[in-house]
Design a binder for this molecule. Sequence first.
Ligand SMILES: [Zn+2]
Length: 64
Amino acid sequence: MAVPKRKVSHARKMKRRSSVWKLEAPTNIVKCPQCGEPNLAYRVCKACGYYKGVEVAPKAAAQK
Ligand SMILES: [Zn+2]
């Protein structure tokens, strides 16, 4: 049930949020199997330009 914003104390609000809010680290960051650099999952590696073991973005994209 909705409760008016100012009726909930700061302590009560933060107590509720402490259990869920930004507790875990982002899980979409994985190590590149090619070079070991941490990268976003399902993305071309920024460091070496590899994706799924295939070089999809050679020098040009890797240098940026
Ligand atoms: Zn890489």
